[in-house]
Design a protein around this ligand. Structure first.
Ligand SMILES: NC(=O)C1=CN([C@@H]2O[C@H](COP(=O)(O)OP(=O)(O)OC[C@H]3O[C@@H](n4cnc5c(N)ncnc54)[C@H](OP(=O)(O)O)[C@@H]3O)[C@@H](O)[C@H]2O)C=CC1
Ligand SMILES: O=C(O)C1=N[C@H](C(=O)O)C[C@H](O)C1
Length: 252
């Protein structure tokens, strides 16, 4: 039985993850981490990582960028693998994650669903094949999402940009007048409304033709399923930053 320390335990994703773990035969919740202490039937949620004494085999983090330092020190202190699903990280945060992965195995992804990671892989291919087509990215999420654009939109931008020798630049929204569109700009547009679980579209627009690829998350479960798969995969790894594509068997 794999003992999971759930970070972000009282959040929307934390609750979905805990519910899936309770129905699983392979996993159990050892403890939770969140902003407030809370005693649940089968485990305790702590707001202070120093109070967490329960033995855990892996940490799965669906909290926020604000708890990154706590989560990294928890993984390093307990010397256990870490699945980072929180989004909104900047380059300094990503550097901290890379540094910590020298000591413990870490997988960090803005999206743990299979469908999105296949979409990221295909978007890179489309960007290469449709050279000269202009690219726009649209993402839509629920009205409680704090960060914009989504981590997934950033993954999609990185993929299409890599295929264009990193010559592309992000443009967040548009307003006012402009004589012409810079061919290397990628408009990234974020919708926030209702209870949308996570929709993404990449549009490749050429002269008189458009190619697009999209993903629609019908539940939050798809992210928790991917995170649990990642947790199982990194359990026996020594250390290192493991690519989600390796875990989901996507591409070379
Ligand atoms: N990679 C992926 O596949 C996916 C990633 N995500 C990401 O996961 C994160 C959580 O999403 P969601 O569950 O919807 O968000 P919620 O706001 O519903 O939950 C966030 C949780 O983290 C806790 N938290 C926030 N800041 C801290 C902190 N500094 N220390 C301790 N606990 C903290 C919150 O506590 P409290 O409730 O007290 O505020 C809450 O329990 C987001 O970054 C989101 O983008 C979401 C879905 C899929
Ligand atoms: O906040 C969410 O809900 C989600 N966030 C992730 C992101 O920022 O891409 C993944 C998914 O789209 C749901």
């Amino acid at each position: 039985m794999i003992r999971v320390l759930v970070s972000g335990a009282t959040g929307a994703m934390g609750e979905v993850l805990i519910d899936l773990i309770k129905k699983s035969e392979d996993f159990k919740v050892s403890a939770g981490f969140s902003k407030e202490d809370k005693v649940c039937d089968e485990f305790t949620i702590y707001s202070d990582i120093k109070k967490i004494k329960e033995k855990s085999d892996v940490i799965i983090d669906f909290s926020s960028k604000d708890s990154l330092d706590s989560i990294l020190s928890l993984a390093l202190d307990k010397n256990i693998p870490l699945v980072i699903a929180s989004t909104g990280f900047d380059d300094k945060d990503l550097e901290k994650i890379k540094k910590a992965s020298e000591k413990v195995p870490i997988v960090q992804s803005g999206n743990f669903s299979l469908g999105v990671n296949v979409m990221v892989y295909v978007s890179k291919l489309l960007s290469k094949l449709l050279d000269g087509f202009e690219i726009e990215i649209i993402e839509a999420h629920h009205n409680k999402k704090r960060d914009a654009p989504s981590g997934t939109a950033n993954m999609l931008f990185d993929a299409v940009n890599e295929a264009r020798d990193n010559k592309l630049s992000k443009l967040y929204g548009r307003e006012g007048f402009s004589d012409s569109r810079n061919p290397n700009e990628v408009g990234i547009h974020s919708l926030r409304a209702g209870s949308i679980n996570g929709d993404h579209e990449v549009v490749f627009a050429g002269l008189d033709e458009v190619v697009s690829i999209s993903h629609h998350a019908q539940s939050k479960k798809i992210f928790a399923i991917g995170a649990l798969k990642a947790a199982k995969y990194i359990l026996d790894k020594e250390n290192g930053l493991i690519d989600i594509k390796e875990i989901l068997n996507i591409g070379e």
